[in-house]
Design a protein around this ligand. Sequence first.
Ligand code: PEP
Ligand code: MG
Length: 585
Amino acid sequence: MERIQGIAVSPGIVIGPAFVVGEAEKHVPHRTVPERERAAEVVRFDDAVAAALDELQGLRDQTAAGLGDEAAKIFEFHIGLLRDPSLLEPIRIRIREDGLNAERSAANRFEELAAQFEGLGSDVFRQKANDVVDLERRVLDKLMGESSSRLAKLRDPAVLIGHELTPSEAAAIDRHRILAFATDLGGRTSHTSIVARALDLPAVVGCGRLSERVEDGDLVIVDGDSGTVILRPDADTVQSHRELDRRHRQYRASLRADASMVSETLDGTAVALLGNIEFPEEIPAVLANGGAGVGLYRTEFLFLTSPTEPTEEDHYEAYRRAMELLDGRPLTVRTLDLGADKYTQRRAEEPERNPFLGLRSIRYCLHHLPLFKTQLRAILRASALGPLKVMFPLISNVMELRQARMILNDVIEELEEENLPFRADLPVGMMIEVPSAALMSKTFAREVSFFSIGTNDLIQYTLAVDRGNERVAGLYSGANPAVLQLIKSVVRSGRRESIDVSICGELAGEALYTMLLLGMGVRTFSMAPGQIPEIKRIIRQVDLAQCERLARRVGSYESDRQVLNALRDELRRIAPDSTGGWTGE
Ligand code: PEP
Ligand code: MG
């Protein structure tokens, strides 16, 4: 039995067999292929070899043109090896006869060959051994590059263990076959974590070298409440976690039972509780959990789940479907927030050195106008169907906002010319996710209909802490007084101009912060659907004056420790069963 401590990102406890989608660099999965699937596995291997050969020929030609034939010889050697039946045939035989999966069979054979070269003693041959390792990586990359396609082959429900899932891999997860997931990398607000909460799957991230220590089929426990992953647990541990799981379910069921109650404080202050969604299919979960609409639709997931750019009709169909499912309730559509961790750098034309400070989000859209306009047309057309709002992410200066609005106006003119219906008074808002926007919120408040504070990015940029880096996760805190001061000033600016200010970052769904945010004046919260019931219960148990007192007291603190202690004490008094969100903080 081995216990690994990671970061708890989505609650719940699951005990089940592991299914490893390791990073090609590090982990070579080992699995037995059933007899009827072996022929297809050989084809998969041959396809990978063919793709690797293609790539090598391209590299050879490119090198020959740039550096001359001599330099290109290295690739000749690789190509020759990869065409050599004495290398390939034993791999096919291992797959066909022993049922060993393609990755493992190939890795074994390449390792054998590298050892042979190494054993020959001379430097020349040792260099050849390196070439073999290099070639092995290339073939394995081709085999494992698309872990999502391996995922598609998963039959029985399992716990997904990975190095790091890309958002598109996470988005492709079938919630009926994946019981929970745990990854080596990641933080509380990395997009895989957000997807885990959206899918209501227990998850732990930032587990170090977890994926190297697990094999397919190992029994694992993922405890999304405490952030632990237990490998090959003994019978007593399985038993105690079953009991914990039972208690957890009971608590969640009691919360769900109250989900339809009105969302207001003891003194009758109404608070809007909305859901964050990545796909329209999550809307029934928002409503079942007592949400009054959608406060953040992360439309970039539409882009990420498809290999091609979505057309105007793809966008429109998604928004139309969302409006239909909401049946008259409000929908806030955020324009594409691509880039950084939500745009695989593999797909970017030119990988950026610092993608979080690069051409992401609204900046990306303003540089790719046809893509932006396509989406805006679809949003406008869908606005004719019901109470839809639009908001721009990551605005960092006023010109950017004005430019985005100008493009929206161009699209409006186009629709008018085409006689297509849209809502003339469409509310246009912006997200506050960058300190510069928070500091200039007084100016911005005069230019938009609403603010939505994206605390995930706001914390990251205020504290200079990568939201997805487990090594600095301890520094990432919404309780940092600098972050709280920015939130307070944004709420104040919004109030002064009588515009709505909502919170749609993960902080909105953490019970620990509910009273503080209420006390600061926030009246709209948007969060993962599964978190709505707990936040509603807290809202129904507090008095606004009590929250305002807490906010004043916390406002004078200098460290996040002090803030957290105060919030914890207060929460314990009103909701002793709550863990304060999934983090246990
Ligand atoms: C945020 O940054 O808080 C936010 C809601 O946007 P996302 O998590 O999608 O970046
Ligand atoms: Mg954001």
